[in-house]
Design a protein around this ligand. Structure first.
Ligand SMILES: Cc1cc2nc3c(=O)[nH]c(=O)nc-3n(C[C@H](O)[C@H](O)[C@H](O)COP(=O)(O)OP(=O)(O)OC[C@H]3O[C@@H](n4cnc5c(N)ncnc54)[C@H](O)[C@@H]3O)c2cc1C
Length: 378
């Protein structure tokens, strides 16, 4: 049962954002930057964000060489260029807002490991560099095969190595904590353990229903604008949206003496990715081993994928170095028929900003900015 005071001061806002991942918090940041007096509430079902933003690999990337080639088969050159630009600009936006030190941004560069069957793609290296030149004003991808042995990879399986100097890495935990601090310092209210169960609209506003902490009564928060940033979990509230969840499983090793691998790395057409985190190796991917099983919102790891990751560590990435696994986890992404996020007004009071695919770190900031502009211009 709510008190008079609670009803007076806690329930009504200008904007309610559902979901406190990078997209929800970036929306809050952009809205409060535009109007410092706006009353903004972020509702999060978990104790902390519980989707992808605190569970990802922390690549500050905009597409590997073979990924861009694959995109060029589906999209026009202009569309691919626009997509790369959006990701790259998004990363700049994130760095500018939070500061490199607060997110541990390190530009060690990115690499793509090329196996035998991918070798013919290298003939397109000049073409892709030429295409990206207007954005980066220099060559983006270059061969650095000498580093195959420097990094200690199994050279019978890694035939070529493509380097991209513009790619970097962040500490996703620090980034999300900084973003949370950024919005809270500016007066945004973030409430955790508040799962929104349904949304109801009237002529002038929408009501967002949340179970109270004892799960006995339901509380309705009210605002003229609701922004839904629930990514892979959106279908629970909007069952007709075309969103397929995709689980990503990850492991990290204990510190490795003399770890040679430094940077972010893409393997097997982007289905696998690894990076150093200080002197540990973080390795994830393998959804392609069980697409059906990994199309789930259940956060958990499977032995099929974890064993595969460990085998690849032993045989390809760290063939001559002993290692121990320190931790394993999983997070949930959201995919659609194409790579474009869903960014639209569902109704005059409800805006959806969901389906970020595997690049939310790169695009989250821009999505927040676009949302704030859509609301201001409505
Ligand atoms: C393993 C893994 C590795 C990845 N690696 C990278 C990478 O290296 N680089 C990169 O750019 N991207 C990467 N991604 C993708 C990136 O993390 C996502 O695209 C991005 O975090 C999506 O952000 P979001 O805010 O849209 O969603 P989320 O972070 O999933 O946030 C949605 C939030 O909504 C909350 N929520 C859901 N339903 C409700 C409800 N009913 N009520 C209240 N709250 C609710 C959830 O708890 C969650 O916190 C990776 C993802 C995974 C899983």
């Amino acid at each position: 049962m709510l008190s008079f005071w609670e009803k007076q001061s806690f329930l009504a806002y200008d904007y309610i954002i559902i979901g406190s991942g990078i997209v929800g918090l970036s929306c809050a940041a952009s809205l409060i930057e535009k109007n410092k007096n706006a009353a903004i509430l972020v509702l999060e079902r978990g104790i902390f964000p519980t989707g992808a933003s605190t569970k990802n690999a922390g690549f500050a990337c905009f597409g590997s060489f073979t990924e861009i080639l694959a995109d060029l088969k589906q999209m026009s050159e202009d569309q691919v260029l626009a997509l790369v630009n959006e990701r790259y600009q998004g990363l700049w936006g994130l760095r500018k807002r939070l500061g490199d030190r607060n997110i541990d941004f390190l530009q060690y560069g990115g690499y793509e490991l090329i196996s035998d069957h991918e070798m013919p793609a290298l003939a397109q290296l000049d073409y892709v560099n030429h295409l990206l030149f207007p954005l980066f004003k220099s060559k983006v991808f270059e061969l650095q095969n000498n580093k195959i042995s420097t990094f200690g990879f199994n050279s019978s399986m890694v035939k070529s190595l493509i380097f991209n100097t513009f790619e970097g890495q962040i500490d996703s935990g620090k980034m999300m904590k900084s973003l949370l601090r950024y919005v809270q310092e500016r007066g945004v209210t973030v409430l955790n353990q508040c799962e929104v169960t349904n949304i109801e609209e009237t002529q002038t506003k929408a009501k967002v229903w949340v179970k109270d902490e004892l799960g006995q009564t339901k509380i309705a928060f009210v605002a003229p604008k609701i922004i839904v940033c629930t990514n892979a979990f959106t279908q629970k509230l909007f069952p007709h949206e075309q969103i397929a969840p995709g689980r990503g499983q990850v492991l990290i090793t204990e510190p490795i003496n003399d770890l040679k691998i430094k940077g972010t790395f893409h393997l097997d057409e982007g289905f696998y990715y690894f990076r150093n985190f200080q002197n540990r190796l973080l390795f994830g991917g393998g959804r392609n081993l069980d697409f059906e099983g990994e199309t789930t919102t259940q956060i958990g790891t499977t032995s099929l994928i974890m064993n595969n990751l460990e085998n690849k560590l032993t045989n390809i990435l760290l063939p001559n170095q002993p290692f121990q696994i320190a931790h394993r986890w999983a997070g949930i992404m959201a995919f659609g028929r194409d790579k474009m996020p869903i960014l639209k007004f569902h109704s005059p009071h409800i805006l959806l900003a969901v389906r970020m695919g595997g690049m939310g770190v790169a695009i989250g900031t821009n999505i927040g900015e676009k949302v704030s502009q859509m609301i201001v211009n409505q």
